[in-house]
Design a protein around this ligand. Sequence first.
Ligand code: 5AD
Ligand code: SF4
Length: 588
Amino acid sequence: MYPVQCVLQVQRTVRWGPLASVSWLLLRTCRAHSSHPSAACPGPERQKNGEQKDFSSRLATGPTFQHFLRNTSAPQEKPSLPELEDPPPYLTVEELLGRQRKVYLETYGCQMNVNDTEIAWSILQKSGYLRTSNLQEADVVLLVTCSIREKAEQTIWNRLHQLKALKTKRPRSRVPLRVGILGCMAERLKEEILNREKIVDLLAGPDAYRDLPRLLAVAESGQQAANVLLSLDETYADVMPVQTSPSATSAFVSIMRGCDNMCSYCIVPFTRGRERSRPVASILEEVRKLSDQGLKEVTLLGQNVNSFRDNSEVQFNNAASTNLSRGFSANYKSKQGGLRFSHLLDQVSRIDPEMRIRFTSPHPKDFPDEVLQLIRERDNICKQIHLPAQSGSSRVLAAMRRGYSREAYLELVHHIRDIIPGVSLSSDFIAGFCGETEEDHLQTVSLLRDVQYNVGFLFAYSMRQKTRAYHRLKDDVPEEVKLRRLEELINVFREEASKTNKTFVGCTQLVLVEGLSKRSSTELCGRNDGNLKVVFPDVEMEDVTNPELTGRAQPGDYVLVKITSASSQTLRGHGLCRTTLKDSSAHR
Ligand code: 5AD
Ligand code: SF4
């Protein structure tokens, strides 16, 4: 066995008082197990071995339990650069700096992971790392991973096999390639990854990205390093994500992290931890900056965006109870006070009337009327709601612990459509959950037909360890049945969506232009208010705010498009004129 230094870390937070979370922080050495051919090699590596010895002796006098406690007592106050001025005793400031090493980041999974990649990069950039989009050029490869389904994890294991070849073939003249696993898979599998794939040098869970410079410094010296601590209050509020595409018209703004819902099939509460919201003021500041940069669309992002609750300001922590959607219940004790989603949405939508506001992903239980009314009233809040149903059978919904029945869900759909006529609805569904019968499946088919969603995300059930379903239920729907049901759901969804989308033919839609269509360089592509893709010819057109100004629409322009045809996923039409959001709403 190689020496392993494990520190059982008790994380206490100032704000939350009592014992907050317990997890492992691992620092381990892997002398004999280094997969790099230079583990016992001459030349520059001798120097490396010297460094390693030096490191080992420093490690011996290194971090104490007190040190870790001190470093984690108030995560909100941990700034990124001052950390470098106060390195842990076993690392120097120089070792914490990137030394111009090139980092290649690869993102898997959901939009939260895209945002996490930007956060991780923002932290590394401040530490002196450079970014590369060329894998061959990289000194560090970081995979931001997803654990939601078995298939997502298998993709990462396959990728690690490819990286192993890259790592072992690396010329000795170059610094050894370091490979890191970030995000949900690091959190779920912890040291199993280090043991199974010897090429992995570091692990960082979703709440440990501030620790990346230290983890990389440890990895640089040939040690494996891991931080998979979950936090009760890490929201990266002060880390401005670095936008990867400077010409983008829209951005995602993270407003909360984690999930307390504990749906019985879902791994997310275990990999991303408890729900916590970012302070309203820091969200508004980020949106203002994005507006100043000329961005035209912001999507508020979180595992449960509409459960948002900013408790950071004491004066708002009253005892006001939480309004849930009618007929819905939560799996946790009712929470009270704080600034809620309707307040945030109101404030964000006031920043720039020309900026579209969207949000994802919400839970159907948190749609009180004040949120729905606000969506109806504000021209720049898109009339688009993701309403993940997961199943159309009340029996399966109960087994999933979703907190609503089919009837309550349908009532909510009707209520939303009454308040926001023409609203675009989308949903997630899981085919073949534990105990799902053919009758249950047909109930889901009929829900798809009843609601007529515009967009759908459909998945075959994948049993995840740790979840309630794993402990209490049986994954008893055979794989081929799951896949057959999934295919049926996809076909029904497509049929219904193309019917629904055909109702747009002959109508005029306000489209925010994103750029040239991927399929044709003579067409532009953008999205309507309901987030449907709209394609139209790239020709000169008038600008309604200045009729003398004819020209081609650019990314970030609003264009009125007359729809001429529709499929289940795309609308097509021709541009009438360039306009503004305000102008087009005035003529609605
Ligand atoms: N198997 C299949 N799909 C899942 N989802 C979450 N957990 C699982 C699982 N174990 C789906 C849900 C969720 C979406 C993000 O992923 O539909 O809304
Ligand atoms: Fe998973 Fe349910 Fe939380 Fe969504 S609401 S992240 S499905 S536990």
